[in-house]
Design a protein around this ligand. Structure first.
Ligand SMILES: Cc1cc2nc3c(=O)[nH]c(=O)nc-3n(C[C@H](O)[C@H](O)[C@H](O)COP(=O)(O)O)c2cc1C
Length: 175
């Protein structure tokens, strides 16, 4: 809305083409997670930054797999996941779980969680959840999952993703 006193308008907006969407939305700093499941034969997982806390009661989170993901259809079939929120030293894991078709778990230390999904060693937090519903949303889908158990390692710092790069959280206050 123009400023009433001056009639001035904000600067011109960019057209939301994919490169502009990626670049501008990259200013929204997020953590990074690896979403895992186990199909009884092998561990599955992919790097995911689109994790959000949705509802406290009932306890829901969401995340958005790309429709091109080859892991997500397999994980969806399992239906129980662990959202492994990475700690600041885990940028190699972030990169490893983002490479399609590779052995994503090579050299990775993990244990089965209470729901069977791989809980990765050294993470900032682990959230186990059951997939409850999914909405189509363009080139991604929005998955809503009910949290069944969770824990945090308070002494570790987060791995942050900002404008295509990674870093730790340097400063600020937290409870
Ligand atoms: C920092 C980072 C964040 C990512 N976030 C997402 C995401 O939110 N959703 C998604 O589908 N892919 C995301 N990716 C890409 C997937 O990890 C990658 O496409 C996937 O691992 C491909 O393997 P797949 O075919 O086995 O799923 C992200 C990658 C990186 C490096």
């Amino acid at each position: 809305m123009p400023n009433k006193a001056t009639g001035a308008q904000a600067g011109q907006l960019l057209t939301p083409l994919p490169p502009e969407m990626r670049r501008v939305l990259g200013h929204f700093c997020t953590g990074v997670a690896v979403i895992t499941a186990h199909d009884g034969q092998r561990p599955l997982g992919f790097t995911c930054q689109s994790v959000t806390s949705v509802s406290l009661d009932p306890p829901y989170i969401s995340f958005c797999p790309a429709i091109t993901s080859s892991s997500w259809p397999l994980i969806r079939q399992v239906g129980t996941v662990c959202v492994n929120i990475l700690s600041e030293q885990q940028d190699p894991l972030c990169a490893q779980f983002a490479v399609r078709g590779s052995d994503k778990f090579a050299g990775v230390i993990w244990l089965p969680g209470a729901n069977g999904a791989p809980a990765l060693e050294g993470v900032l937090a682990s959230i186990e959840a059951d997939v409850e519903f999914e909405h189509a949303a363009g080139d991604h889908t929005i998955v809503v999952a009910r949290v069944t158990g969770l824990k945090a390692h308070e002494k570790r710092g987060p791995l942050l993703f900002y404008r295509g790069g990674y870093g730790g959280f340097d400063g600020g206050r937290h409870a």
